[in-house]
Design a protein around this ligand. Structure first.
Ligand SMILES: *Cc1c(COP(=O)(O)O)cnc(C)c1O
Length: 384
């Protein structure tokens, strides 16, 4: 039996053909596929602008640069996320204040943001909520709190491409930036669509989009009316461009977004059904009422101590049964770098999430029988 990883890409023949076509074209890097991918992505999420870049970490860095976040500024980042969400603040010399999360959803909440704002001494420039697993934070409430503090909301949204939500004013899509200045995405192979490495930032602010594009390519601009070879640099940018080859793959993958997300939703629903009989041992990560997620991760919460079996043992037994699993995430504030900078924090929601979380396989190529296989392997693995 094949080993089931916790996540993997779905690459089909037409994706391969799209890349081959780009390879035969005139542009390997900045070419027509980049712009076509950006336009299609903006339309898919309902944003005015989308700026492609080399990966999801570069997109977060560009977002910080475009906002002018720098030394003396503070960014608020949830404790439960990938390293990159906090690293982007470190790149620009900003301080990070870590917010706690809800112990059952893993998400930053208005209460945990308010507590983090109270702990920040000094101006908070940016708040970076993470739509962990694919479920959406309470964006209107987070946006209100951020605005009151004079901070800008930047969604770190790589888990939530295809997620929709309804805060009482109709259906919205993650990435439409109705509540935030920008939203950041990644196309790493485990994410909802894959380009190899790749990222995207969406925004409804034309000036921000222009800054992002300039910073993505060395800070170069072409003054209007100047000679054709002339470029100017007002501030040093980076080479964070996405290649035409990757964009061709992204465009092809994006055309399958509805199918991929429908499959993720169907598999998650099947998991919920099959895990029903295990509900005394296994809880599914809590879903906020407004969220209709296209889950990137299927996270369950298990009280390993109460069951008398360690998470490492459970993961080992699952692996022996051919089932991959993963932990999302180690609280970022507990990393040596952040401990050295911020000291040891007491974030009980993040600790409770981290102690219990386990991500089970979820990707469009899974069969329904794979869900059964995972659930029976988990049931067996949880026996003391
Ligand atoms: C994947 C991910 C990133 C970084 O994306 P890369 O493309 O791997 O650089 C940032 N934040 C979160 C929450 C992610 O899951």
């Amino acid at each position: 039996m094949d080993f089931l990883p916790y996540g993997r890409q779905t690459i089909e023949e037409d994706d391969i053909a799209a890349v081959a076509e780009a390879l035969r074209g005139d542009y390997l890097t900045t070419g027509p596929k980049v712009e076509a991918f950006e336009m299609a992505f903006a339309q898919a999420v309902g944003a005015a602008h989308a700026v492609a870049c080399s990966n999801g970490t570069a997109s977060l860095h560009l977002a910080m640069l475009a906002l002018g976040v720098g030394p003396g500024d503070t960014c608020i980042v949830p404790s439960i996320t990938f390293l990159a969400t906090a690293n982007c603040a470190a790149y620009v010399g900003a301080r990070v204040v870590f917010a706690d999360v809800d112990p059952d959803s893993g998400l930053m909440t208005p209460a945990t943001l308010a507590a983090a704002l109270a702990r920040a001494d000094g101006p908070v420039r940016a708040v970076l909520p993470v739509h962990l697993r694919g479920d959406v934070c309470d964006l209107p409430a987070l946006a209100r709190l951020a605005a009151e503090a004079g901070a800008v909301l930047v969604e770190d949204a790589p888990h939530a491409l295809g997620t929709t939500m309804d805060f009482g004013a109709g259906r919205e899509r993650v990435g439409d930036c109705a509540h935030a200045a920008m939203a950041s995405f990644s196309f790493h192979p485990v994410k909802t669509i894959a380009t190899g490495e790749g990222g995207m930032i969406t925004t409804n602010d034309a000036a921000l989009a222009a800054r992002l594009r300039t910073l993505r390519s060395h800070g170069m601009t072409r003054p209007p009316g100047a000679e054709p070879w002339v470029y100017e640099m007002a501030e040093p940018g980076f080479n964070y461009r996405l290649a035409d080859i990757n964009s061709a793959l992204g465009l092809s993958q994006l055309s399958k977004l509805d199918r991929f997300t429908a499959r993720r939703r169907a598999l998650a629903a099947l998991y919920a059904q099959r895990l029903g009989p295990l509900s005394d041992r296994v809880a599914i990560a809590a879903r906020p009422a407004w969220s209709d997620p296209a889950l990137h991760l299927f996270c369950v919460l298990i009280d390993f101590d109460a069951l008398g079996v360690s998470r490492a043992q459970v993961m080992q037994r699952l692996a022996e049964a051919g089932v991959g699993s993963q932990v999302h995430y180690i609280p970022v504030d507990s990393q040596p770098y952040w401990r050295a900078h911020n000291g040891e924090l007491d974030l009980p929601g993040a600790s409770a999430w981290y102690a219990r979380c386990l991500s089970l396989p979820l990707f469009p190529g899974m069969a329904e029988s794979d869900v059964d296989r995972v659930v029976s392997a988990l049931e067996a693995a949880l026996r003391p």
